[in-house]
Design a protein around this ligand. Structure first.
Ligand SMILES: [Zn+2]
Length: 320
């Protein structure tokens, strides 16, 4: 495990509310880095004006990269899970299959479709879209993982999304799977995405839901806090307000996502027990799948229980 000192106060910066620019807020919860157990305590506040929950002070951008090292789950390689690798691969493949099934409820993907995944990480979703539907696929991420297989088919752009000079009004589908809660300027990212949508194009955003059952259950150990990487936490209301303020029109809202809510139930329970000591995911694989089996009757109702995730499907609002 990487050793890292607690970030010093000068590595933090005060920030105005991402939603409304307001400076008035009240403390909500202090979070730790529960996944890897790295030191540090991170304050989330609630905006008095618009109700957005965001990290304040936040780590300055140049210091956040250290928290996206090789232990970060979205960047894990597929092969380091021992003899559980086939089960892990099946579960990760299922996640990408679920993403594709979700987007195809809203967008017809053909060989002429152009798809952009913002925060594409290891690129497995885009690889699937390319292989299954022959779409032209583009991805943006601030971490370069292009050595991984599949990237030879992805038009990859390294860096911050809103800095990418991509050709405008081009994409039939833009996805943000667990991107927006990491971004340092989510309103700018939403505005940038709006300008990149083709006529009839859709933007699909999945984020953790702060007004969810798992959040109430686990409180300061809620996996959705994922401090310090998560800069903002959205309720249904604050998410819908922000997409609307960015010139987007809501096509549909789902109180679930393609990401399994069970992951939050499992890791939240583990974080409660471990109290900030960090979770060894390799050792947790067996209890993870056992717990999923036990909870499977409850998980059948995942879509009705507001357990952990939310998804909003948008299109560009026409100027009036
Ligand atoms: Zn606000």
């Amino acid at each position: 495990m990487t050793t890292l000192d607690s970030p010093s106060p000068d590595q933090f910066e005060e920030v105005a509310c991402y939603g409304c620019g307001g400076r008035n807020h009240r403390p909500l919860v202090v979070a730790e880095e529960d996944l890897t157990g790295k030191p540090g305590r991170f304050q989330f506040v609630t905006c008095h004006e618009c109700g957005l929950v965001y990290q304040n002070p936040r780590l300055r951008f140049e210091f956040i990269g250290a928290y996206y090292d090789d232990e970060y789950i979205a960047h894990r390689k597929k092969t380091d899970w021992g003899w559980f690798t086939p089960l892990y691969e099946w579960a990760m493949g299922k996640h990408d299959r679920d993403k594709l099934a979700l987007v195809e409820r809203y967008v017809d993907l053909t060989s002429r479709s152009r798809v952009l995944d913002v925060g594409c990480a290891a690129g497995t979703f885009l690889t699937r879209v390319h292989e299954q539907r022959s779409c032209a696929v583009s991805g943006v991420d601030f971490k370069d993982l292009t050595h991984l297989p599949g990237f030879e088919n992805i038009d990859f752009h390294l860096g911050t999304f809103h800095d990418q000079a991509l050709p405008g009004r081009r994409f039939d589908l833009i996805t943000m799977w667990h991107f927006l809660e990491h971004d340092y300027d989510p309103m700018r990212a939403l505005g940038h995405a709006r300008g990149l949508l083709a006529d009839g194009g859709r933007l699909i955003i999945e984020v953790p839901r702060v007004d969810s059952l798992s959040s109430r259950l686990f409180k300061e150990r809620w996996p959705g806090l994922q401090a310090p990487q998560h800069t903002a936490l959205y309720s249904r209301r604050t998410l819908l307000n922000m997409v609307s303020a960015a010139g987007l029109e809501v096509v549909d809202y789902l109180p679930y996502g393609a990401f399994p809510a069970y992951f939050y139930l499992f890791t939240g329970t583990a974080f409660k027990l471990l109290k900030g000591k960090g979770l060894n995911l390799s050792r947790a694989v067996y209890p993870y799948f056992l717990g999923q089996l036990i909870l499977s009757p409850v998980l059948l109702f995942e879509r009705r229980l507001n357990l952990a995730m939310q998804t909003v499907v948008c299109r560009a609002r026409e100027a009036t």
